[in-house]
Design a protein around this ligand. Structure first.
Ligand code: ADP
Ligand code: SF4
Length: 698
């Protein structure tokens, strides 16, 4: 007897109602909002396949990332796409065709960056309403090119660029064309007096400041002539905080003035750290207090985001009249098949976004999007990876995986799905590896989804067996005699210090010198504690918070210029500094630890010889990590024994190969599983290239 396929829970039917957006209709309420994914016109096939997967996964609308309308809006090397002339059309048409194949609508976020871009490649002076520039403290956004004030003819020119780009967008096959008035970009700059100090018809009163956005909407409508819907994407956080004489806030005034002009309102917050806040600092649905009023002022549909992964939370947004369409950027990356899984009554299979913002770091790095939860993202075209499909086993080999951290679990799951017989041995009493400890740290509970999802999926695979409390040595592995051995034994934190050449050096042993592994093992750490962080990601600051919460006096020292310096890439740095300050943790930047004795720590400035002393009973070094690869070494030193045991390969994955973030471990485990027994010739990573538009030019 076969089990009937699970059916959709009627509670979620509302999510599958079609929604009319101006002249077009979305098949359901799942809306993959515009978000940069690092694949610009230079990677058109990768971009099309990446967005196609979302359409295949059931999203009713799938949008592009930001698409510049003119060379005066050039964010390079950050990955913006272009619709600068007709030659750009074909590149986008690849995506719209791919999205349409699955019955979804395609949206395009036309964009002018105004005074927030540097035009590094085009070398055009940036434009802004009053010559005001964004004086960013974030090095990615810093530059020396300041904008010039826009003349009336500049305004007419931008309106014309928008209209031309809208016409090209329609020819490229887009169904929804955006005016983008958010995140510090040009139309937003007109809305806010901090940017807009004009004394003409575009400055002063709200009605005047809104004029440019109104005109952009009008020219876009005119350009697409009723064939596409026109969406307005707008940031409302700052406007909502500004009092108004005639409405509850300037945001209400702006929305009231434009209420019926767009076919769709796409509402969001103003800066990346609040708009795409990490789960360490914000819960699901965190936008609601800012945007909840919009639907009361317009009859047009409203879409918004909030890292929604729970169908109940989504239904709540609709039922309570907050949103009409459930926007997803990160949830659509972590699980492109989220809508389909809800539709099929498989909510428990949703690979929920953990809110780590590694995807956003890919944008800062100007590379194709990466995701901690979904290792296939960005690899759909170049490696042929699909989030829900994987090739069947190509041999009857059995695989022994040592270690059940993120790498081992992902590897076991993907091999299991291929049909291999998989055994996982984990030394600890529970699976999870580093997550066993890390998810207990302040703000990181949500990362447990990496473990929970894999645990749930593995339970459905009878061909994967997990042994807990099983620490294996080389001899045990030889006795078990599997065909392939995968070493996923993780890494450990080192007690190394840091040199002026920015290298891990030396080492500091001693009873009061600790690493995060000691904290994980439950070491009783006495204050005052100094955390010395040159790992630069989350661990140093999160442990500082953790120890401060347990009542210790904590100081934080780093040779970098900020606490958790790399966390600027994941939008976390502002909140991290706020959290450290709130917890009373003193932050000492640009400082190296030179000596630790007699309950005193000597710091030296990273660039001078100036010294400073801090009282310190315990030093916690969060610096370099070393791979736990001794098992790998021990096995590889015995080739004859391996042969006798029938073991064909021994491979390190995850941190045991190269210590990294969880995203690297998951990717490494997944890649091993994809490539096992594959024909080497088929393992090429295809190289994408821009569509040849200039080929026949001199
Ligand atoms: P990764 O991030 O690469 O998955 P983790 O450190 O999170 O690495 O996980 C490694 C896991 O391997 C840990 O749970 C650890 O207990 C386990 N482990 C390490 N050595 C052995 C061993 N010899 N036998 C079984 N399990 C091991
Ligand atoms: Fe979510 Fe992290 Fe994946 Fe981004 S990288 S989609 S935040 S799980």
């Amino acid at each position: 007897m076969t089990c009937p396929a699970p059916a959709r829970n009627p509670r979620y039917d509302v999510l599958f109602e079609p929604v009319k957006i101006g002249p077009v209709t979305a098949r359901n309420r799942f809306y993959a909002v515009p978000h940069a994914a690092g694949m610009t016109n230079s990677m058109p096939h990768m971009r099309a396949a990446f967005r196609e997967t979302k359409a295949e996964g059931g999203w009713g609308v799938v949008c592009s990332g930001y698409v510049s309308i003119d060379p005066s809006s050039d964010d390079t090397p950050l990955p913006c796409a272009t619709l600068w002339d007709d030659e750009d059309i074909r590149s986008h048409a690849l995506m719209t065709e791919a999205v349409h194949k699955h019955g979804a609508l395609a949206g395009v976020e036309l964009w002018h960056g105004g005074g927030s871009v540097m035009n590094r490649t085009s070398r055009v002076a940036p434009l802004s309403p009053s010559g005001t520039s964004w004086m960013a403290t974030h090095v990615n956004f810093m530059g020396n090119q300041r904008p010039r004030s826009m003349e009336p003819q500049d305004i007419r020119q931008v309106l014309d660029w928008q209209a031309q780009a809208a016409r090209r967008a329609q020819r490229a096959g887009f169904d929804i064309v955006y005016v983008y008035a958010g995140m510090g970009y040009l139309p937003y700059e007109f809305l806010l007096p901090d940017w807009n100090r004009r004394t003409d018809a575009y400055g002063g009163s709200v009605e005047n400041r809104v004029r440019f956005v109104r005109q952009l909407l009008e020219v876009t409508h005119e350009a697409v002539a009723g064939k596409c819907a026109v969406a307005l994407r707008i940031s409302l956080e700052e406007l909502r905080a500004r009092p108004s004489a005639v409405a509850p806030s300037e945001a209400h005034e702006v929305v009231g003035l434009l209420a019926q002009l767009p076919d769709l309102w796409d509402v969001k917050l103003d800066s990346s750290p609040t708009d795409c806040s990490p789960s360490r600092f914000s819960a699901e649905g965190s936008h609601e207090p800012v945007i909840e009023f919009v639907k009361k002022l317009t009859t047009r549909p409203v879409v918004g985001v909030g890292r929604f992964t729970s169908p109940d939370a989504m239904v709540g947004q609709i039922r309570r009249g907050v949103l009409d369409l459930i926007g997803g950027a990160r949830p659509s990356i972590a699980d492109p098949f989220l809508p389909r899984k809800i539709d099929q009554g498989r909510e428990q299979d949703i690979r929920e976004c953990i809110g780590c913002n590694i995807c956003i770091s890919s944008w800062h790095d100007s590379v194709p999007v990466r995701c901690t939860q979904n290792p296939t993202i960005g690899e759909e075209w170049r490696r042929g990876w699909h989030p829900e499909r994987i090739a069947p086993a190509a041999s009857d080999g059995s695989i022994l995986i040592i270690g059940a951290g993120p790498a081992g679990l992902e590897c076991a799951l993907s091999l299991g799905r291929r049909g291999y017989a998989v055994t996982v041995a984990e030394a600890a009493e529970d699976i999870g590896g580093r997550l066993r400890f890390e998810t207990r740290l302040p703000g990181l509970a949500g990362w447990g989804r990496v473990l929970d999802w894999r645990r749930g999926q593995l339970e459905q695979l009878p061909n994967v067996t997990l042994y807990r409390g099983n620490r294996l040595a080389a001899e045990d592995i030889l006795e078990l005699g599997n065909t392939h051995v995968v070493i996923a034994t993780g890494s450990r934190w080192a007690r190394l210090l840091y040199s002026p050449l920015e290298l891990p050096v030396g080492g500091l042993e001693g009873v009061n010198v600790y690493t995060p592994d000691d904290v994980a093992a439950g070491a009783a750490i006495e204050g005052p504690v100094v955390i010395y962080d040159f790992d630069n990601y989350y661990m140093g600051s999160v442990l500082a918070e953790h120890l401060a919460k347990s009542g210790q006096h904590v100081s934080y020292v780093t040779p970098a210029g900020h606490a958790s310096a790399w966390a600027v890439m994941t939008n976390e740095q502002p909140q991290i500094h706020r959290a450290l300050f709130t917890a009373g943790i003193a932050v000492h930047t640009l400082s190296r630890v030179a000596n630790f004795e007699s309950e005193e720590l000597t710091l030296v400035n990273q660039f001078t010889t100036a010294e400073r002393r801090l009282p310190c009973r315990s030093l916690l070094i969060v610096g370099a990590r070393t791979a736990n690869d001794s098992l790998h070494g021990a096995l590889c030193a015995r080739p004859d024994d391996l042969r006798r045991a029938g073991i064909i390969s021994v491979t390190r994955i995850g941190d045991a190969a190269a210590p990294g973030a969880i995203v690297h471990a998951v990717y490494s485990g997944h890649r091993y599983a994809r490539e096992l027994d594959a024909d080497r010739a088929n393992l090429t990573c295809r190289r994408d290239a821009p569509l040849a538009t200039m080929a026949d030019r001199p």
